[in-house]
Design a protein. Structure first.
Lengths: 315, 443
């Protein structure tokens, strides 16, 4: 938990900007649906269904949220339109909060803390690593990056530029090298030079490619040869614009590498952050970071209540 | 979460069965399932609603013919309607003016750079064009280098300007360069941008005006969710693009975004990206996409593949044994060999509608067979013939002989038993039902 402290005050207004669209979407609809009414009726629930599904929450999770809401109404007999927003916030917050990042090792007592970054093509793995490196460094942590994407054209160059921007060391064997051996060497360097944090980039891969997923498992095993309880964090990057396939990504990457943290990128776009709710709820893996732009400081630690707040905040 | 539509409809159709005519009452459950399936496939909320409304209208009042089940009939109505929406025939790329300029646009990470290289290679090899690739992503680290590396691989010139931060100027200069050297095709790769980023949208609009492309393509990730409509609309409002490219279709996404985009901007989907290699590009097939969104699977190719590999005679022998419940460990071994010949079992099974989901819970990988084979090889012929002989001491001996544990042997015995049950069900009914029954039996 101490880790959250590292990032200090988040630029909340930025997150608010990013989420503007989602909020307007859900909110304008809901307000329209509840005007002049004093309880949640079918029409409101229909509007809610549309709003949630249009935000990529997914059918199942949406139905779950609606069920919880209906249960509340049944229990409390009466729910006013004002209460609706609060209740909604509570219920969704609960789904996100139930499985907080307690399972993650404490970074303050783990050295080197190894992070393996995985995800499908183009979701923002390398960019997130650059941002993370910079954030860790800014709080006085020493960082080394591992360029284990040796496949995509110019991937090593891309990470190198980020390492320069963040001012941290990089371990690289060039393009075409064995990714497992890059990961291995990164762990060795992190251990022998006593680094606080090592972050290993991997090539984007679609989760239904068995061989590529096996390669990831191998990378993980190889890291464990150096540090048996590593990687301490397996960070799955999800693109916020991804639809229901994100669930399948979470499932398959978890099967291959025991993902224990998620990052949701590109929330500065149309910010349908709804996908987080469903995945966090279904896979019991916490969302740890969100990406809100292409610049080096466009990264925030995910905070469930703030997230839901921004989603449903009045005006 | 990801059952195919055909799978879900099956349940809904049960309610329709035995009724002579499709009516409001007997169709409402079916329509709901169709809608849910479309939403799970990422079809936009409103579009899914409109679609099911129109399907309902088409189906209403139709007589259910004797020859087909109501289920088959509904499937056909849904499929035809969807295929039509996806755009009847595939459409070609416009290469008329000289040089013909192709401009790429899209969000970050959608796959523009990779696709630019694929298209360049495609046009060079399939249409005999001389192509110039232009690197206009001056923002993302190493983006220019990425295009250069790809260009080298496919032996196509890449135009870039070191230090020039103005993509509008770079693209103009590139076109002039192409004209100077008599290059007849120019593909301009641009930086990914968000539709809500005013400055960046303005930039691509200026590139568009400056080079006046014959073909502007909107590149979109097939995994895109509900947001697809907003993004496609925003890019179309600014660029009035000519076609859509759907990337990463080699994944397992159902690709409902394709339907949403087609509906909202009414522009043809022209190409699809189906892998990371340069030649992993295909023209768009509307009907196949309709099947995919519906989760109907690619039955045709499954049948072809299976036919190629499956030994007809063996299969018939097996069928007889199954019917008589004489399936033995030797048959099991033969089965394993057959299966291995057919390649990735999961891939294969995934092509059967409704089977993909079922197979996800059944772990099969080729290595898994090794242990099984070793154990069976350690059995005496009598044991292989009659599994009921397998008492504790025999199991112990077999475990030692095959270098496995007693638990492994027990597990195999259990698997064999399950397999026998499943085989029996398959031989007496559809494979899909067998799967379901098996799962229920386990519970
Ligand atoms: N707007 C926005 N863009 C982002 C964000 N994160 C990453 N990107 C952009 O998304 C694109 C892809 O990012 P990469 O970091 O290269 O993605 P990747 O997952 O490493 O990609 P591959 O290695 O090719 O699989 C780049 O253009 C990034 O600038 C974000 O939070 N917001
Ligand atoms: Mg990368």
């Amino acid at each position: 938990m101490a880790f959250f402290g590292i990032f200090g005050k988040e630029k909340k207004d930025r997150l608010d900007d990013g989420l503007q669209k989602t909020r307007e979407n859900v909110f304008s609809r809901l307000s329209r649906a509840v005007v002049g009414k004093s309880k949640v009726d079918d029409e409101v629930l229909d509007e809610l269904e549309e709003a949630l599904i249009s935000s990529d929450v997914g059918v199942e999770t949406t139905l779950k949220i609606i069920e919880r809401l209906e249960e509340r109404v049944r229990r409390d007999k009466y729910i006013g339109t004002d209460e609706l927003h609060n209740t909604l916030r509570e219920e969704i917050s609960l789904m996100l909060d139930e499985y907080k990042s307690e399972k993650l090792p404490d970074i303050e007592n783990t050295k080197p803390y190894i992070i393996l970054v995985v995800g499908v093509n183009g979701v923002g793995k390398t960019t997130t690593i650059g941002k993370l490196a910079s954030r860790f460094k800014s709080v006085g942590k020493t960082v080394v990056l591992g360029a284990a994407d040796t496949f995509r054209a110019a991937a090593v160059d891309q990470l190198k530029i980020w390492s320069q921007r963040a001012g941290v060391e990089i371990v690289e064997h060039g393009m075409g090298a064995d990714p497992a051996s890059v990961a291995y060497d990164t762990a060795i360097v992190a251990k022998s030079k006593n680094y606080d944090v090592a972050i290993i980039d991997t090539a984007g891969r679609l989760h239904n490619k068995v061989n590529l997923m096996n390669e990831l498992s191998k990378i993980k095993r190889v890291i464990q040869k150096v540090i048996p309880d590593a990687p301490h964090e397996v960070l799955l990057i999800l693109d916020a614009s991804t639809g229901q396939n994100a669930f399948e990504q979470a499932k398959q990457f978890t099967a291959a590498t025991d993902v224990n943290a998620l990052a949701l990128t590109k929330l500065d776009g149309t910010a349908k952050g709804g996908v987080v709710i469903g995945i966090s709820d279904q896979f019991k893996v916490p969302v740890k970071y969100i990406g809100i732009g292409e610049k080096i400081d466009d990264l925030q630690v995910f905070n469930a209540s703030e997230f839901v707040d921004s989603l449903f905040k009045n005006k | 979460m990801f059952e195919g539509l055909s799978d879900k409809l099956e349940g809904a159709f049960k309610r329709l069965k035995g009724q002579g005519r499709i009516t409001e009452i007997n169709i409402s459950e079916t329509v709901k399932e169709i809608r849910k399936a479309l939403l799970n496939a990422d079809v936009n909320y409103k579009i899914a609603k409109d679609f099911t409304d129109s399907v309902k209208e088409k189906a209403m009042g139709q007589d259910v013919l004797k020859a087909v089940s109501p289920g088959q009939m509904m499937t056909k109505i849904v499929h035809d309607e969807l295929a039509e929406l996806m755009g009847g025939v595939s459409q070609d790329i416009n290469l008329k003016p000289n040089p013909s300029i192709i401009l790429m646009s899209g969000l970050q990470g959608s796959g523009k750079t990779t696709f630019s290289a694929k298209l360049a290679s495609f046009l060079k090899s399939k249409k005999g064009r001389q192509v110039l690739l232009v690197a206009c992503d001056v923002y993302r680290p190493a983006a220019i280098n990425q295009l250069k590396v790809l260009g080298e691989q496919i032996e196509i010139e890449v135009y870039s300007e070191e230090g020039n931060q103005d993509p509008v100027k770079i693209s103009k200069n590139a076109v002039a360069h192409a004209k100077n050297y008599g290059i007849n095709t120019v593909i301009i790769d641009t930086a990914g941008r968000l539709a809500v980023d005013q400055e960046m949208m303005d930039e691509i609009s200026r590139i568009h005006k400056a080079v006046n492309p014959a073909e502007t393509l909107f590149v979109v990730d097939a995994m895109t969710g509900q947001d697809a409509v907003n993004t496609a609309k925003a890019f179309n409002d600014i660029l009035d693009f000519d076609g859509v490219v759907l990337t990463k279709l080699d994944g397992d996404t159902r690709g409902g975004a394709a339907l949403s985009i087609k509906t909202i901007v009414n522009k043809p989907i022209k190409f699809v990206g189906i892998g990371e290699k340069i030649d992993a590009i295909d023209v768009f097939h509307p009907s196949r996409m309709a099947d995919r969104i519906l989760g109907m699977g690619d039955i045709v190719s499954l049948v072809e593949k299976a036919q190629e590999q499956y030994d007809e005679v063996e299969a018939r022998k097996l069928q007889k044994k199954l019917a008589k419940n004489q399936f033995t460990f030797d048959d099991f071994l033969k089965q394993i060999q057959q299966v291995k010949k057919m390649g990735n079992v999961k891939d294969l099974m995934g092509m059967i509608p409704g089977m993909g989901k079922a197979m996800k819970d059944v772990e099969i990988d080729d290595d898994a067979f090794k242990g099984i084979e070793a154990i069976i090889h350690s059995m005496t012929p009598a044991e292989r013939d009659d599994p009921s002989l397998m008492n504790g001491s025999r199991r112990k001996r077999i475990a030692a002989g095959s270098g496995s544990t007693i638990q492994d042997v027990n597990k195999l015995m259990k698997q064999f038993d399950d397999m026998r049950k499943m085989m029996k069900m398959i031989s007496s009914g559809g494979g899909r039902n067998a799967m379901r029954n098996l799962k229920q039996a386990r519970r």
